[in-house]
Write a protein that binds this ligand. Sequence first.
Ligand code: F6P
Length: 551
Amino acid sequence: MVLKNINPTTTNAWKALQTHYQSLVQERTESLFEKDPDRANKLSITNKHFKIDFSKNKITPETIRLFSALAEECDLKQNIQAVLDGKLVNETERRSVLHMALRNTVANKYKANGQVIHEDILAVKKQMQTFCNAVHEGKHLGYTNKKITTIVNIGIGGSDLGPLMVAEALKPYWIKGITGYFVSNIDEAHLQEVLQKINPEETLFIIASKTFTTQETITNALTARSWFLKYAKDEIHIKQHFIALSTNAKAVSSFGIATENMFQFWDWVGGRYSLWSAIGMSIALIIGYKHFEELLQGAEQMDTHFIETPFEKNIPFLLAAIGIWHRNFFSYEAHCIMPYNQYLQKFPAYLQQADMESNGKTIDRNQQPVNYATAPIIWGDAGTNGQHSFFQLLHQGSSIIPTDFIAAVNTSHHNKDHQEKLLANFFAQTAALMKGKKKEQVEEELRQMNTPPEQIKFLTPYKIFDGDRPTTSILFQDINPTTLGELIALYEHKILVQGLLWNVFSFDQFGVELGKEMCGKILPDLQSLLPTSTYDSSTNSLITYYKQYKN
Ligand code: F6P
């Protein structure tokens, strides 16, 4: 069957959504609650581990019905099925998109290039488990027979952000006696700050790179290798202290890492979707293989929900639909991610890559420029910290920025006082962003404070909050490996749905290439004694300034 690659704006559902938007745009979300006392209930979903509340967005059940109609017209179901069937949906790279297979427990479910892949996945998992256990049980020792206590993951982008975010999120699960570090930046400061703290005799370096050609990772890996050899003296010891996670066996072996120390994955795993693969080795070493498996199980639970649930009740679909509603009908340009959970502080950075590298595109699947907006700018920070920096703009700025609030009811620290204050802030902010504060209320409050009338007149406009700023709340009972797996898979599927409805190829990233190419040309120029004149005058003068002052 030939799939339709449809410009969503040409569908009847899109036109109906436009009419629906016109009927809702003047309405305040608050007033939708007054009209329908059951609104919160109708527009939220509670499952085994979490509750998600969409009701503080300017939507109604009709919005959801119309987005389901859009899905129908765009063949969304069939497009998702093509992903599950291992079709080459990453068409520009001629690859399947099968990260879901990595957490699947049902044999023979997924095929790549017509071949069942379950056994291959299980074999790498077994290799990972055996290696993790050997490290944790002190069977895999360093070159002076000391236990490995330090894990340093060297990678960037998808080979860093996912594992880093998960390791941070699951800090309470870190194995006693193991410390994990993540080095990504080519700025040597990143690596040196770590090297200063660690003991080469007890350190395992993980070189994580799908391609094994990434400039940052290979540069950092080579520096780490030289540092290690300064102490270990003999290259023979590299095998106890360096492992590689990659799809490129040839490059791994020419780097000097033995094949038995390479953990493989496949081209059908996109970099930003790879934490479930061998790229998750740092996670497994830091929190233990059992917890890594629980992470995968959580993701599988979300996959099952995503695949089996009708769109009207499908959590990733609803998150995606609301994102499109905001981006294409309200023209909101950004989307903020606010985990009210210190351990989830890296979640916004992780989602930046997952979302913006996937759907930050302007050419559709028919090679045509899109005539509608695609991915918003994703950003955010941990709550409550963000409240003391950019929340001014969220409440009173000239841009409206829909925000996802994410928290857990319980934490591993049992201080009720902290936790209740944290969650009170979460609930307060979502309510305040919707409700705002009206002129009459501001004036009344100032009067109560005995403010002189001329001061009331002066101050009132500054103290008004328009409100009507959309939020989605996701409240987990706990953040643990399973629920974190669910959360990540939820956003992965949201991104997939949005990419399919926006009709863009979500699994390539040609937009990162041009800068890399230019860097390749400029690098020799920085070392050359000849004057630089081959670029635009701004770039020439910056390079000249660099050469003038470099030590
Ligand atoms: O520069 C972008 C990118 O290609 C990402 O898509 C990828 O996650 C990252 O670089 C790292 O790539 P690799 O794992 O091949 O080193």
